[in-house]
Design a binder for this molecule. Structure first.
Ligand code: AMP
Ligand code: ZN
Length: 451
């Protein structure tokens, strides 16, 4: 049995991981809000928890791990973007989710066991809200339902903040209907034209859920009242996870929602915070036009997940060089290397695992491919890509086929079939034949060959 140790944000300690039930290990990770392309910062938790999912599956068995990653498809940013683009909310969320699936499949992510959508779980949210009101942890005011932060003594235990810090950090609006400035929204009224559902008991007008209750509801539905691991980026620790924890603990009368709370550090670009206003904002789609998925994955995993990452061109070059060294190594097939497994089991020490892979390549140790696969790096796939690139070079092709294919998938997702067909024709003129298919999670994929 692999002994796993994980760092828990709440206790501020790394401790041996002991699942509640060894044949049903349960992991929840907050997923994307689907209104625009995901960026490489968003990719970090997806990759980190993909590696954790793989590790748990190898430790406890493929069928013994349930990984739930939700999709937030009701949100004010979604409403605003759909209105801006003049399309329906449903069309926006569907197209954005399809793009997200295509992006993360390209970086080799396993689909989670369940990927619930908020809009399919409104009933569960309302049941939780009603339970919170009944137990005296929430109240109805002016068409809203608010969580009463003062009713939960454990509030602040996860993020370890003082009341003043929490007030500043949550950027709370001091709305007149709140009993206390810290109280947060569980449900709010919807105006005409906004998505709305029949409200919980006591409110006559239609409304919609707040963000935090979504995760509590979906985690409860698929993982139960309390489960093993809850993850996300460090910015979610407060207020989002603090609020999820308060809701779930109070609704079910437990003192903990998840045994381990895991948070990845932030990603910045070339030494600066990534932001549209800084002009250094990189979507996964853009990153994939300059590097293949395995290179992106390796570049991200070169840093341990709790540390900040500085995303640089040099990092990608290093990852490329490492992959070339690994595919060039004379390594016989074999079991995953014990030192690689031990490094990953030690709070996902991916840089140590990667260093060991380099050593294995240099010494022609067996099991290199199986060891790389633990981190989702498929050396067979990398080699095939290298060979194809060489064939492409040999054939004197000047086109960047991968970039054109990514653009074509994006065009198809956006229903821009004219552009998609133009790309197909451009490639056909070079003798390249495309084959469209579906990935393991149903997302569209395309492969190509010299017809
Ligand atoms: P959001 O769409 O902002 O809710 O973010 C989705 C996920 O990406 C959350 O787990 C965030 O913590 C994470 N995330 C957002 N920006 C970054 C970043 N720059 N670096 C690392 N993680 C991030
Ligand atoms: Zn969440």
């Amino acid at each position: 049995m692999i002994e796993i140790a994980l760092y828990d944000t709440r206790s501020r300690r790394k401790a041996p991981f002991v699942p509640r039930e060894a044949d049903n290990v349960r992991l929840y990770v907050c997923g994307p809000t689907v209104y625009d392309f995901a960026h490489i910062g968003n990719l970090r938790p997806i990759l980190v928890f993909d590696v954790l999912f793989r590790l748990l599956r190898s430790a406890y068995g493929e069928d013994a791990v349930t990984y739930v990653r939700n999709v937030t498809d009701v949100d004010d940013k979604i409403n605003a973007r759909a209105a801006e683009r003049g399309i329906s909310i449903r069309d926006l969320t569907e197209a954005t989710l399809a793009d997200f699936h295509a992006d993360i499949e390209a970086v080799g992510c396993l689909p989670p066991t369940v990927e619930p959508r908020a809009t399919d779980n409104i009933g569960e949210m309302k049941r939780l809200i009603e339970a919170l009101v009944k137990r005296g942890h929430a109240y109805v005011a002016d068409g809203h339902v608010l969580f009463s932060v003062g009713s939960f003594a454990g509030y602040g235990q996860l993020s370890k903040r003082s009341l003043d810090e929490m007030l500043a950090g949550a950027r709370v609006d001091i709305a007149p209907y709140k009993r206390d400035a810290m109280d947060f929204v569980l449900w709010k009224p919807s105006a005409e034209g906004e998505p709305g559902w029949e409200s919980p008991a006591g409110i006559a007008v239609p409304g919609r859920p707040g963000w935090h209750i979504e995760c509590s509801a979906m985690a409860h539905r698929y993982l139960g009242e309390a489960f093993d691991i809850h993850g996300g980026g460090i910015d979610l620790a407060f207020p989002h996870h603090e609020n999820e924890r308060a809701q779930t603990c109070c609704a079910f009368g437990h003192d903990e929602m998840a045994t381990v709370w895991m948070h990845n550090g932030f990603l910045q670009v070339e030494g600066r915070k990534m932001a549209k206003s800084e002009g250094n904002f990189i979507t996964i789609r853009e990153a994939l036009s300059g590097a293949d998925g395995d290179t992106l994955r390796l570049a991200m995993l070169m840093t341990q997940y709790r540390q900040p990452i500085d995303w640089t061109a040099r990092r990608l070059d290093e990852a490329r060089a490492m992959l070339r060294a690994w595919t060039g190594a004379q390594s016989a097939e074999g079991e995953p290397d014990a030192a690689v497994v031990a490094a990953l089991a030690d709070d996902l020490n991916t840089p140590l695992a990667i260093a060991r892979l380099g050593e294995m390549a240099r010494t022609s140790a067996p099991g290199l491919a199986a060891s790389a696969a633990l981190m989702g790096i498929d050396l067979g796939r990398v080699r095939a890509r290298e060979e194809r690139d060489e064939a492409q070079k040999a054939a004197g092709l000047s086109l960047d086929v991968d970039a054109l294919l990514a653009e074509r998938l994006a065009a198809r997702a956006a229903k821009d079939f004219t552009r998609a067909d133009a790309i197909r024709d451009q490639l056909a003129a070079e003798g390249i034949v495309l084959k469209d298919g579906k990935g393991p999670d149903g997302a569209p994929t395309t492969t190509w060959s010299f017809g």
